[in-house]
Every structure is written in C-alpha cells, then in structure tokens.
Write a protein that binds this ligand. Structure first.
Ligand SMILES: Cc1cc2nc3c(=O)[nH]c(=O)nc-3n(C[C@H](O)[C@H](O)[C@H](O)COP(=O)(O)OP(=O)(O)OC[C@H]3O[C@@H](n4cnc5c(N)ncnc54)[C@H](O)[C@@H]3O)c2cc1C
Length: 407
C-alpha cells in the first residue's frame, strides 16, 4: 500500500515561505498604509524585492515549476499577507509573463520575459491587456484589431484597452487583439508591444477602492506597428489555427487546453486573497484577546469567538482548495469540475467575508485607517471581480459539472 500522500510542504517550500514572510513583515507591511494613500507604484519596494531576488524571472520560474505545485500559492499568500496593493505591484508583471510562456515560442520567451522584469538596478514592469470597455467578462466582444501589413511583415494594432494592471507604465505590454472578428475568440491572437513603441499611450489612470498601490489604467493603441516576430506563437501557427476555425473544425481538446491554462492560473489569484484574509484574521484575533469590555476580553463572548472560528475555518478551507488545484495543475490532472475556478471563487469570497468580520470585531477602530483591516477590506473586494468575477467562476463550474451550455 502506498503512503505517499502528504499535506506537509517540503523543506524548500517552507524556506521560501519564511524568507518571503520576513520580507512581507519587515518591508511590505510597514509601507502599506503610505502607498495606499499615495496611490502610486511603490518603485523603491519593487527595487528592493529585485535586489533580494524576490522580483525576478528566475524566482517565479522556480516556484512555477516547483514539482509540489504549492510554490506559487505559498509565495503569493506571504506577499499579499504583507499588503495586497504592494503585492500586486510586485507580481503584476507575472500576468504578462505567463501569457508569453503559455503562447510564445522559445525564442519569444527568451527575448521578452527578461525585459519584463529589467534588472535590480533598472527594474521594469509588464502589463497584460485583454479587457476593453465593452469586453470584460465577455472577452469574445473585444474590438481591438490587429491587421497584417504583408509588405513589411508588421502587425498594426488599433483599439482601447482598459483596466490594465501596469498599463502605460510597463516596459513590455502584451495585447490581445482580433485578427478575424468573424471568428470571435477563435480569431484572437496575442502580441508583444516592445518598450518605446510609438502609438501606445496610457489613457485614464483609475482611482480605486482598494489595491491602490497597484497601477491600473487604460491603454490606447493608435496605429501601433510591431514586427511580425511579436505575434506570440508565430504566423504559421496562427494561420493553421484560423484555417481550422474557418472550416468549423474544432481540434479535439483545444478548448480544454485553453480552459486548463485559465484553471491553472486561478489558484494563484486565490492564494493572494488568502493572504489578505489571513492578515485580517490575525489582527482580529489579537484584538479580540486584548480588547476588554464588560470587564473581560471580548473573545470571552461566544459571539466573537465563533466569528473567529468561522473566519479561520474558511481560510483553511480556501487554502486546501487552492493547494488542491495547484497540485492538480502541476500533475496534469484534468480539471473536470473546474477545480481552479472553485479555488478562486471560494478564496475571493472568503477574503471579503473575513475582512468584513475583522472590521466588526475591531469595532470603531476597525472603521478607521489607524488599523489595517479597513484597508484589507477594501483590497479584498477586487477578488470577486478580476481574473473572472465570482459569477463567471460559478458559470465555469456549473458548465463543467453539468456538461450543459449554461448561460
Ligand atoms: C483593479 C483591476 C485590475 C485589473 N487588471 C486587469 C489586467 O491586468 N488585464 C486585463 O485584461 N484586465 C484586468 N482587469 C479587468 C477585469 O478582469 C474585469 O474587470 C473583469 O473581468 C470584469 O469585467 P467588467 O469589469 O467589464 O464587468 P462586466 O463583465 O461588465 O460584469 C458586470 C457584472 O455582471 C456580471 N456578469 C457578466 N456576465 C455575466 C453572466 N454571463 N452571468 C452572470 N453574471 C454576469 C459580472 O459577474 C459582474 O458582476 C482588472 C480589473 C480591475 C478592476
């Protein structure tokens, strides 16, 4: 009988966890309130992370390929325990890097991913631009066009992207555009826009409810010309894909492959939400033990203690879902019940629940910026919106478990 099942992270994962926890506690957490107020990208902190190797392609690649599957979730949870806005400012680049890793050729990966991070002395960030004003949950509705100029072997991009994390301040932008609008999502392709390309500019920078240290902006593409080599995956592969789509042929498993990519990245976002939830829970537990009313600590009341019991239970349940999905992804297990979406859905909703409860436990103090749970509550709200809203996660799960085209 095999006894290989284990819930214990290995020594390597624990070492990474402790290292990142130290950085989150010593560098991120003390700076969180300041950068939240400033609503600016915390470049000095990204630079410090780069000097330590925490903001680097190598570090994320190591975690991504960690055979246990929990390298990325552990890293995300610790950084976001420090602060979600600064956490996203540090890891936002990985969204664009993953798009190149998933769709690019080896040469494209080798060329563009290092430029996304820059060097510790000259740090850069990258942006992934898919969403548009009329194409959020409905990605198929995107209008940004990419037209091939065959004479020059260049692609010309026109359109307006919105909600792009690091949009306009990035060195490298990855842009999803339609090359054949009649084919819907099957006519989409991804392009790298190299640093300094004329025609790409930042539109409105959004003032946000939470994660305010992370830059979010529109990106305007006005006659942006990129070389043919910037089409991720290459022209030959695109032409084959479009020909199949025009003939109405669906390569078996093709949809599943795209779904598997999304499913595999969602647990990482869930882990960020768990980091926020755990941080708020710890503040609330500590407060409940020390705050006295009616001559005893407020945690002596079951009403408060049970709240904390529920908070902790939901955090642990969310982490188990995230780790399961991450383990499945690294072991190529099929996501038959959309387990990646489940983990993101539950972790995102847990972060909102736990941070709201934490504010309640802190009473009036919880409602002020003197204590961090107010910021954590604001930060948590994005976790039921970006990377697929909670409703879209439910849609994906419902379709997966039923096999029905639920709308
Ligand atoms: C801070 C921030 C950072 C972001 N970063 C990026 C980024 O880096 N790159 C990027 O490309 N995008 C990014 N996004 C965009 C994000 O992914 C979208 O906001 C999200 O997908 C939702 O799209 P929407 O805002 O257009 O909402 P809509 O799609 O308009 O949805 C509005 C509401 O309707 C619901 N709804 C829509 N369709 C259905 C349906 N079929 N069934 C049930 N309910 C439905 C939604 O769940 C939601 O509650 C970011 C957004 C924010 C706010």
């Amino acid at each position: 009988m095999s006894s290989t099942f284990s819930m214990d992270p290995g020594a390597d994962q624990l070492a990474v966890r402790d290292w990142l926890h130290g950085f989150a506690a010593d560098v991120i957490r003390p700076a969180a309130a300041e950068w939240d107020e400033r609503e600016e990208t915390p470049w000095p902190i990204i630079q410090e992370a780069a000097k330590l190797g925490i903001y680097s392609l190598d570090f994320y690649a190591q975690q991504y390929f960690d055979p246990s599957g929990v390298g990325i979730p552990i890293a995300m949870e610790e950084l976001f325990w420090g602060d979600a806005g600064i956490g996203l400012a540090i890891v936002g680049t990985t969204l664009a890097a993953v798009a190149v890793l998933a769709n690019g050729t080896d040469e494209q990966i080798g060329t563009w991913t290092p430029q996304m991070f820059g060097t510790p002395d000259d740090v850069k960030v990258a942006a992934f631009c898919s969403s548009e004003p009329d194409a959020g949950s409905d990605v198929g509705a995107l209008r940004t066009r990419a037209v091939h100029d065959e004479a020059k072997d260049e692609w010309v991009l026109n359109g307006t992207k919105t909600w792009a994390t690091n949009g306009g301040i990035a060195a490298v932008h990855v842009v999803v555009a339609s090359v054949d609008p009649e084919l819907g999502t099957r006519g989409h392709a991804s392009f790298v826009v190299p640093p300094g390309t004329p025609g790409l500019s930042q539109g409105q920078k959004f003032k946000k409810h939470g994660i305010r240290a992370s830059h979010t902006a529109e990106v305007v593409l006005d006659g942006v010309r990129v070389p043919g080599s910037c089409l991720l995956g290459g022209k030959e592969k695109l032409d084959e894909r479009l020909a199949r789509a025009r003939e109405g042929v669906r390569r078996s498993g093709r949809g599943n492959a795209a779904m598997a990519t999304f499913e595999a990245s969602r647990p990482a976002v869930g882990a960020q939400a768990i980091g926020i939830a755990r941080a708020a829970y710890e503040v609330a537990l500590d407060y409940a033990r020390t705050r006295e009313q009616f001559g005893r600590p407020i945690i002596d009341n079951q009403g408060v203690a049970f709240q904390l019991a529920d908070m902790r239970t939901r955090i642990d349940a969310a982490r188990l879902l995230v780790w399961r999905a991450s383990w499945m992804a690294v072991n190529n297990r099929p996501f038959e019940a959309a387990e990646g979406s489940m983990s993101k859905l539950y972790a995102g909703e847990t972060a909102k629940f736990v941070t709201a409860q934490a504010m309640q436990i802190l009473g009036g103090n919880g409602f002020t910026r003197e204590y961090p749970v107010e910021r954590m509550h604001r930060d948590s709200a994005i976790y039921s919106i970006f990377e697929g809203t909670s409703e879209i996660q439910r849609l994906v799960i419902a379709r997966a478990i039923s096999g029905m085209p639920i709308r």
